[in-house]
Write a protein that binds this ligand. Structure first.
Ligand code: TXA
Ligand code: MG
Length: 321
């Protein structure tokens, strides 16, 4: 049904209605600084099942639980290493998800049956207000994947959520509009179940930042833990994404601003910094799809830090759906 509530002004009333809706077992899509999430009460199995149906997501892919502050870790996780506390203190609220051994409160329907749970404190006023309002009425955390159909590009605006999901949401579900996401790429996921942290998915919190705060060497090593973001066909638009190749006339093109646009090519994004590249990438890919382009050529950014996360997503996008 396409008549789910679309709330473009996140007033106190709208937030309390959305929290009540979560408690009643409905879905609320909400903004975060990374991408928009599709949220449900993380303690309600029926509500969480609606997320999987709306996304068409396989049941064994775990969800991140969004909490209001690091005080919430103990409710969801057991065995919290000292380095994880350092990470939480330094980077929460922020674009970082920490994976711990789960507590008895993190049920199979959240973790996909795995013994671990992913937690994040998002850095967005609307997300934090929603988490807080919901907690006050008995919702201990909000389970939320990115608010897109499984395998598609994550949405960074409320309009993109509506285009992706409105036909799969019910009239009781809500989409909150908090403006465009400022980071634009999904959070860094860090496995905190081992002696030293492992990056499971690169993001805006970089290896260098993690090493500086923890004083530990971070390996990007393979992990036993399955991350659905590691599937090959992920983060993909309808168009074919081609990397490091000159675009032909009629094709879309994404590259740093100093790279010229060949004649007849449709420029989708011209960022002047790595941050802007991340922030605009998904909207540019969606733009290419809405213009019906069959091919989008992309020159990935070079360098370390956030550029690593951008190249990671582009590589997956280029492998197709
Ligand atoms: O920035 C983000 O992380 C966004 C916003 C909405 O918070 N969320 C997001 O969720 O990207 P999702 O479900 O699209 O991607 C989360 C990834 C999935 O690949 C999932 O497999 C992995 O996190 N994940 C969640 N819990 C995990 C766990 N316990 N162990 C390993 N991976 C986990
Ligand atoms: Mg996702």
């Amino acid at each position: 049904m396409s008549d789910s509530q679309f709330v473009s002004r996140c007033t106190a009333d709208a937030m309390s209605n959305a929290a009540t809706s979560l408690l009643a077992g409905h879905l609320v899509a909400f903004p975060t600084e990374t991408v928009y999430g599709l949220g449900a009460d993380a303690s309600n199995a029926d509500a969480v099942a609606k997320i999987y149906r709306a996304k068409d997501r396989p049941a064994d892919h775990p969800l991140i639980v969004h909490i209001g502050s690091m005080d919430g870790i103990g409710n969801w996780a057991d065995e919290i290493p000292a380095y994880a506390i350092d990470l939480a203190r330094n980077f929460w609220p922020g674009p970082m998800t920490l994976v711990f051994q789960r507590s008895i409160n993190a049920k199979d329907f959240i973790t996909g049956g795995q013994p671990t749970v992913g937690l994040r404190v998002p850095d967005h006023v609307v997300a934090l207000a929603l988490i807080d309002s919901a907690k006050k009425i008995g919702v201990p955390g909000i389970a939320a994947p990115s608010a897109n159909r499984f395998g598609h590009v994550s949405p960074t605006t409320a309009d993109a959520v509506r285009e992706e999901l409105s036909e799969y949401l019910s009239a009781e579900d809500t989409i909150l509009d908090g403006g465009p996401s400022t980071v634009g790429l999904e959070s860094t996921i860090i496995d905190c179940t081992t002696e030293t942290p492992h990056i499971l998915r690169p993001g805006a919190i970089t290896q260098e930042m993690i090493e500086e705060v923890t004083g530990l060497k971070v390996t990007d090593a393979e992990s036993e833990i399955r991350v659905s973001g590691s599937l090959e066909n992920h983060y993909s638009p309808e168009a074919t994404v081609v990397l490091n190749q000159a675009p032909a006339s009629g094709e879309g093109f994404i590259a740093m601003k100093d790279v010229a646009t060949p004649d007849g090519v449709i420029r989708l994004s011209s960022p002047t910094s790595i941050e802007e590249y991340a922030r605009t990438l998904y909207a540019a890919l969606r733009d290419g799809d809405s213009q019906g382009l069959s091919t989008i050529c992309v020159i990935p950014p070079s360098g370390d830090g956030l550029a690593i996360a951008i190249r990671d997503r582009l590589l997956r996008a280029s492998r197709g759906r």
